[in-house]
Design a binder for this molecule. Structure first.
Ligand code: SAH
Ligand code: SF4
Length: 391
């Protein structure tokens, strides 16, 4: 944990006060069309204009209407009069010694969310947030101790992808050959918040990210993680089509009720029924069961055997997450031996069971450690402890 960190506070030009212009980022194609028509675009040109603007914003990453060179000057001026192209502001960027990058991002209202970029040899995963804080109160999760909550807009969700591409300098250069390996090749909705409690905005944002004439990430490169909001699970398949991960974390309702309190509303049996019905379920699109390893809480061999029984019949992989500690956390990480013994049982039952290597621990970027810096500063460790003890 004493690894060196680099922190550069980016000094960005101050944004002008918010205008009443409409932000084009985050609008679906239909919404964009309506907005362009309302601003005076003739209906007969609307489809073509949507295509052009879309490509500038999401394929080329352009933020300035003046650079949209295939549009007539007058039309560019009209756009600039009515619209902005705005994404959230990066306040700080920290880079871990393992290359993980954590961005603290400011959104409207002065709220902050965190975005984490995790480079690997064959891929780069961007972990994005769907809410400021989280209304759920999973007892092992740092975000769950944060009081302040609001849903992110579609613009703020897509904007996280765009700001990472800005920082990594990943927008295409006209005339240059296409990069073989993308820097942001995968997206996981595993940052702050419960994505299925902000379904419409998450869906619209992911559809924009998947659109073939823009950022163009395939639906299988996006994984949405939910704590188990059962009524929204089927819609995730039909309206987004991405892969699904579930924060499972326990093998009995008694333990899951404590760790993932939403279990009191939709218990393990109800959740598993919804997962069995997940429309895209197949061996190539297995559901990921996330399982955080908490010392003495959910990490016995009996737990592993019970998990095998529960998963029977569901194309699944299990992702064991060594618990990432945070100041005042009421749990400890299971020992390496325990984690491996648990993994072995699953492996022998035929499950791929990667143990997630914590990334970016030195900058508190690992799963479940995210929480806005202002919140952190405001609350003392003692306060957090008192709150977690109250459950
Ligand atoms: N709200 C969603 C997505 C965000 S959390 C959900 O709960 O699924 C992403 C993953 O990190 C979840 O599986 C979550 O349970 C796990 N997690 C949360 N806190 C953690 C911690 N301190 N250590 C390890 N994993 C944690
Ligand atoms: Fe919210 Fe997920 Fe954390 Fe639970 S684990 S408090 S659902 S962010």
């Amino acid at each position: 944990m004493s690894a060196p960190i680099t922190q550069d506070v980016l000094t960005l030009p101050r944004k002008l006060p918010a205008s009443d212009k409409q932000n084009l980022v985050g609008l679906t194609r239909d919404q964009l069309r309506a907005a362009l028509i309302a601003a005076g675009t003739p209906e007969k040109h609307a489809k073509m204009r949507v295509g052009q603007v879309w490509q500038w914003v999401y394929h080329w990453g352009v933020r300035d209407f003046d650079l949209m060179t295939n549009l007539a000057k007058d039309y560019r001026a009209l756009l600039a009069d009515h619209f902005t192209i705005e994404i959230p502001e990066v306040v700080t960027r920290q880079i871990s010694e393992d290359g993980t990058r954590k961005y603290l991002v400011r959104i409207a209202g002065g709220h902050e969310v965190e975005v984490v970029y995790i480079p690997e040899t064959d891929r780069g995963t961007l972990c994005i947030s769907s809410q400021v804080g989280c209304t759920l109160t999973c007892t092992f999760c740092h975000t769950g101790t944060q009081k302040l909550v609001r849903n992110l807009t579609a613009a703020e969700i897509v904007g996280q992808v765009m700001l990472a591409r800005d920082d990594l300098d990943e927008w295409p250069v006209p005339g240059a050959p296409k990069e073989e390996v993308r820097l942001v090749s995968n997206i996981v909705l595993m940052g702050m918040g419960e994505p299925l409690y902000n379904f419409d905005n998450v869906r619209d944002a992911m559809r924009i990210v998947m659109d073939g004439e823009g950022i163009a990430l395939g639906r299988r490169r996006i994984t949405l993680s939910t704590s188990g909001v059962v009524p929204e699970i089927a819609r995730t398949a039909s309206e987004i089509g991405c892969l699904l991960a579930v924060s499972f974390h326990a093998t009995t309702d008694a333990v899951r009720d404590v760790l993932v309190p939403i279990n009191k509303r939709w218990n393990i049996a109800t959740l598993l029924d919804a997962l069995r019905d997940y429309p895209n379920l197949s061996n190539s699109e297995r559901i990921t069961f996330e399982y955080v390893m908490l010392d003495g809480v959910n990490d016995t061999k009996e737990d592993a055997h019970r998990l095998v029984d529960l998963l029977r019949g569901i194309p699944a992989k299990v992702n064991l997450i060594p618990f990432n500690e945070w100041p005042g956390a009421p749990y400890k990480r299971s020992s390496g031996n325990r984690i491996h013994a648990f993994a072995d049982i699953l492996y022998h039952a035929g499950y791929a069971t990667p143990i997630r290597t914590p990334r970016g621990e030195d900058i508190m970027a690992a799963c479940g450690q995210l929480k806005s810096a202002t919140e952190r500063a405001r609350k003392s460790k003692a306060q957090i402890e008192a709150e977690t003890a109250r459950g």
